[in-house]
Ligand binder design. Structure first.
Ligand SMILES: *Cc1c(COP(=O)(O)O)cnc(C)c1O
Length: 374
């Protein structure tokens, strides 16, 4: 029996397919495509999204940690998977057994991975991460660290039982407007290419896959496509400023569970930050911050009903919040309410919350079932 859900996230696989094709069309033919499906595919469901990407002909997937990679392997996903983040060296036998590619971020990590791989008699496939200005993970190679960076990368690729397939870097400002951001990004890309050229010239080693382009770079820096692009956000329908005609893949939907009438002057929800100013028809919707509706949005956004927008009133509680239906008399019990999606923009909602679409999508909790349409 299917439960009647109180609140759910509708995921359009058709929209993700559309976005995949739009991104493919925007990058040079022959460029490999890595789909970033970390954090449960930005809340969309990593297994379903990965199955779709595999069927569509993507070349690679990327996740953040080994648990996310194993979830995909357990579900039968066969595409190569790159772990972008930290994996304790103890896990090298698992990485090898499941054919998972690990990022190597410094010479010391390379040594740990190599030692473990030698111990278990297997070969670990890796991609080298270069820090060209993100100042997060990766071999330091900027400015006076250039020579040392090149030397350390060469040392890593020559370690036993390490098979280096690729090399990548990550842009810090590729989605920021303005000339300063452009200069910074172009400088990162030049440094990336310079380090690769030096490593290849000095060692004779060749990287098979060089990649750099996150969503911002796919959109604004075509020269950064190199051998493979690495978008996340664009796949889910955001971050293109309308340029690629992407479709939002997720709609967060709830229903009206209760309707009550209050006189003017009634205090609503915790803290009494909202008082009715007139006779008010107030709906309760069963979605709260435990579902991922950020409490910071309290009293500061509107939900979409099929009769129009209704302002949310009072503090958002853990499991529910209130919406003013006074001007929408046709909205009734069980009426469908969209928090964000096709009609209520996620970008505007993120701005009201002082954050970015990424965070709102990733915040939808596991209590909210994902329902796949088309
Ligand atoms: C998350 C991530 C991406 C994808 O970023 P988007 O902005 O969503 O395209 C690409 N590369 C790395 C290293 C990442 O961590």
């Amino acid at each position: 029996m299917k439960l009647q859900e109180r609140t759910w996230a509708e995921i359009s696989l058709g929209a993700i397919e559309h976005n995949y094709n739009a991104i493919r069309a925007a990058v040079p033919a022959g460029t490999r495509f890595l789909g970033v499906v970390k954090a449960d595919a930005y809340g969309h469901g990593a297994v379903e999204v990965s199955r779709l990407l595999e069927r569509l002909g993507a070349d690679y997937l990327a996740v953040s940690c080994i648990a996310e990679a194993l979830e995909l392997r357990d579900a039968g996903i066969e595409l190569p998977i790159l772990i972008l983040g930290h994996t304790p060296a103890d896990n090298v036998p698992l990485l090898c057994e499941y054919g998972i590619t690990q990022t190597v971020t410094c010479e010391a990590k390379a040594k740990e991975f190599s030692d473990e791989a030698v111990k278990c008699g297997k070969t670990l496939k890796v991609h080298i991460a270069l820090d060209t200005g993100m100042s997060r993970l990766g071999f330091l190679c900027e400015g006076r660290h250039f020579e040392e960076g090149v030397k350390n990368v060469i040392s890593a690729v020559n370690m036993p039982n390490i098979e280096t397939e690729g090399v990548f870097t990550h842009f810090a400002l590729s989605d920021e407007p303005g000339e300063a951001a452009r200069e910074y990004t172009e400088k990162q890309l030049r440094l990336f290419i310079d380090v690769i050229n030096s490593v290849e010239t000095e060692s004779g080693f060749r990287f098979k896959i060089k990649h750099a382009a996150n969503s911002g770079a796919v959109l604004s820096y075509p020269e950064a496509a190199l051998d493979m692009v690495r978008p996340g956000l664009l796949l889910y329908g955001y971050g293109d400023g309308g340029k690629l005609g992407l479709k939002p893949a997720m709609s967060l939907i709830t229903t009206v569970s209760t309707i009550k009438h209050y006189d003017a002057g009634v205090s609503v929800s915790y803290g009494g930050i909202f008082k009715t100013e007139r006779r008010t028809r107030m709906g309760v919707i069963p979605i709260g911050y435990a579902d991922g509706l950020l409490r910071v949005l309290s009293n500061n956004f509107s939900v979409y009903t099929d009769r129009g927008f209704a302002p949310q009133r009072g503090r958002i509680c853990m499991d529910m919040c209130m919406v003013d239906l006074t001007d929408l008399p046709e909205v009734n019990l069980d009426s469908r309410v969209e928090i964000f999606g096709k009609n209520a923009g996620l970008e505007a909602l993120s701005q009201r919350a002082g954050t970015i679409p990424y965070e709102l999508m990733c915040s939808i909790s596991k209590r909210v079932p994902r329902v796949y349409v088309d």
